[in-house]
Design a protein around this ligand. Structure first.
Ligand SMILES: [Zn+2]
Length: 518
């Protein structure tokens, strides 16, 4: 029983070892590496290090080290295939069935083909922008006008696609691509009537979408004339599924992790311009509505997000959708609306990065933003309009995962919407709570016993009370020691909290044992 090697290699590249280790150990950045006290041996000064560049961990004290898989094997005490499954789960990568090697290999080679053609296309487009003649000048002028420097242009690998039906296709053929590979690359489109293909991107400034390893997986092209379609984008291909990637993350991930939060913007330039001005903890959701996959990806680097979309009606609608998804994935959300509905790109060019940061520091909580939007064109003295405002706000409270925060936001909303009536408040609160029980409770009673024995109870009560003892005892407990006990959920939760270095109290335990009977 084994996974295809190509899958393992890919997963290793995609899994962020820092993020995986951080699930268990609190890491601190030190130069290019991350350090912590070793989880595998006792120590007071950190000698355990993780290198994101080398994708390895190593302890200078006990000399344990290896890949992200070795780490998970060691800390979870599981087999290699099981560690792979766990890492895939944490990374949000679907695991292939153990037996479909050949289908997986075929798909893999299709993905590699698309990326190879994308690389050739991008290198050629970059060259066109840099050295192209009169035609490319319009693209360079556009960038000059936006104050994009040469350095920034190179960092983001911007390019120019000449206005030709087949210049790129013939370049790709020259490089050795077959017509079939070109057809499947998404770089060409097909004329319905004749069945002939032609270059998809023509006369456009090219923004490549690079995956987290910096490989080009798709492109956006901005018109330089006055065409109806300001931007066109790559279709889905073997290498690109819409809504799975965030623009810029390959460049901004470390800064996002360092800052502990990300600024979420809409368009290419809303990221590129702040980046050039030194604001580098930004990602762009890229036109389409933010998806849960994108939020999961972002959540690997920070748990806090400042949404900075356009202030116009469409931008506000998009921001509200984004907020709901971010909350559902348990991220903390603030919202920044810049004065005069400016987008980040024009705001920063006009007023500079420090003024932007000042505005960002005053970003609203998500609930305040949602309430403001709900009451904006409504009169709260009108019962029907008041009801509509309440209906608009409630989903954003319902989506909050933490019960304490949920209650807090609820109270803020009730006060702002001037709902003083106690029984109405209670009714609304109940309606939010009842939505939570949509998930069937998990019961784990494999032994058929539902009462904890006196010994278990005693052990648990000393573990609750004594932090030092927890640190001694919990690492010695193996899953097999407690998995059949009725109190297994509590042991599991204690071990997890200990791993994460979090306080053990009623709130954190309830969160960890959610769904299990406490
Ligand atoms: Zn060690």
């Amino acid at each position: 029983m084994r996974y295809p090697q190509t899958f393992i290699d890919d997963l290793k590249r995609q899994a962020d070892i820092v993020r995986v280790v951080q699930d268990y150990v609190t890491l601190k950045k030190k130069g290019a590496n991350w350090m912590a006290c070793c989880p595998f041996h006792k120590e007071k000064t950190p000698s355990f290090s993780v290198s994101p560049a080398k994708e390895i961990f190593y302890c200078f004290g006990c000399h344990k080290g290896g890949s992200v898989f070795n780490f998970v094997m060691e800390i979870e005490r599981v087999s290699f295939p099981e560690a792979i499954r766990l890492v895939a789960e944490k990374t949000g990568v679907p695991v292939p069935k153990l037996d479909d090697d050949s289908r997986f290999e075929a798909r893999r080679s299709e993905i590699d083909d698309v990326i190879q053609l994308n690389k050739w296309a991008l290198e050629w487009w970059e060259q066109q922008l840099e050295q192209g003649g009169a035609e490319a000048r319009a693209a360079r002028e556009y960038l000059d006008h936006r104050e994009i420097t040469d350095e920034t242009r190179k960092t983001f690998r911007l390019g120019f696609a000449p206005d030709s039906w087949d210049a790129l296709s013939s370049h790709l053929r020259q490089k050795g691509a077959s017509q079939e590979q070109i057809d499947r690359s998404g770089l060409v489109a097909r004329k319905e009537e004749t069945g002939r293909t032609y270059d998809r991107f023509r006369g456009r400034l090219i923004f490549p979408v690079l995956d987290i390893q910096g490989k080009p997986i798709a492109f956006g092209g901005r018109t330089l004339k006055n065409e109806d379609a300001k931007y066109i984008n790559s279709p889905e291909t073997a290498a690109y599924v819409k809504g799975r990637n965030l623009f810029g993350l390959n460049l901004t991930r470390d800064e996002i992790r360092r800052q502990g939060y990300a600024i979420l913007v809409e368009g290419f330039l809303d990221l590129i311009v702040p980046y050039q001005f030194g604001i580098r903890n930004v990602v762009a959701s890229l036109g389409t509505a933010l998806t849960p996959e994108q939020v999961k990806l972002l959540g690997r680097f920070a748990r806090k997000v400042v949404v900075n979309y356009d202030g116009d009606r469409a931008g506000v609608q998009a921001a509200k959708k984004a907020i709901e998804i971010l909350l559902t994935e348990d991220l903390e959300v603030k919202v920044l609306v810049l004065p005069d509905n400016a987008d980040p790109d024009e705001f920063i060019r006009k007023l500079g990065a420090s003024e932007y940061q000042r505005q960002r520091g005053e970003a609203q909580t998500h609930i305040q933003f949602v309430i403001d939007q709900a009451v904006r064109d409504r009169k709260l003295t009108n019962p029907a309009q008041k009801e509509a405002a309440i209906e608009e706000v409630l989903p954003f409270i319902r989506a909050v995962r933490s019960r304490i925060q949920k209650r807090e936001y609820f109270d803020i909303a009730m006060d702002s919407l001037r709902i003083g009536d106690v029984s109405l408040r209670r009714e609304l609160w109940q309606s939010l709570r009842s939505a939570e029980t949509g998930r069937p409770p998990v019961t784990r009673e494999p032994s058929g016993r539902s009462q904890a024995t006196p010994a278990e109870q005693r052990l648990l009560s000393v573990l609750f009370a004594d932090e030092g003892l927890r640190r001694e005892v919990l690492p010695l407990l193996e899953t097999a020691d407690y998995e059949d006990l009725p109190t297994a959920a509590i042991f599991r939760a204690l071990k997890e909290l200990e791993h994460q270095g979090r306080a053990v109290d009623f709130e954190s335990l309830s969160e960890k044992t959610e769904g299990d009977a406490l």
